[in-house]
Write a protein that binds this ligand. Structure first.
Ligand code: DQA
Length: 137
């Protein structure tokens, strides 16, 4: 299976950004252990702080990958463009969040991605990504 994790803005700061909410592990540390745990999955990782680059990546992978795991971070709550990209492609998308967005500010309760996602995993810390991987196996 060919699966890509796409992370949106500020997720490059994982490990040092609000560790009380997002944990103290960097994403690459987490990604390395997850890759070892699922050696049969062809797992890729992409991160961008730029909305258009995230849309480009979704389009690029959206017709030839088996799954996209998307944490669009703050763009989840604002981006009609990323929502439309998820709708436009063939590859199923699982929306992921590290934190439980429903236990946080009201503006984090809306998602432009969820209506077109295969499913949503949130609130389990970095384990949310692993649960999303398992959903494709
Ligand atoms: C997040 C939740 C978003 O509301 C926030 O803007 C993020 C991270 C999460 O993974 O919990 O940057 O997507």
């Amino acid at each position: 299976k060919k699966i890509i994790i796409i992370n949106g803005p500020n997720l490059n700061l994982l490990g040092k950004r609000e560790p009380n909410i997002y944990g103290s592990l960097t994403f690459t540390e987490f990604f390395d252990t997850v890759k070892e745990k699922y050696p049969n999955v062809n797992l890729e990782y992409y991160q961008s702080n730029i909305e258009g680059e995230i849309i480009d990546k979704i389009q690029e992978c959206g017709f030839n990958y088996d799954g996209i795991i998307l944490n669009a971070a703050a763009y989840t709550h604002t981006s009609v463009g990323i929502g439309d990209a998820v709708k436009a492609i063939e590859t199923p998308v699982v929306e992921v969040h590290i934190s439980n967005t429903f236990s946080r500010e009201e503006f984090r309760h809306q998602s432009f991605i969820a209506p077109n996602a295969k499913g949503v995993v949130l609130g389990f810390g970095l384990q949310s990504y692993e649960l999303a991987i398992q959903s494709f196996l």
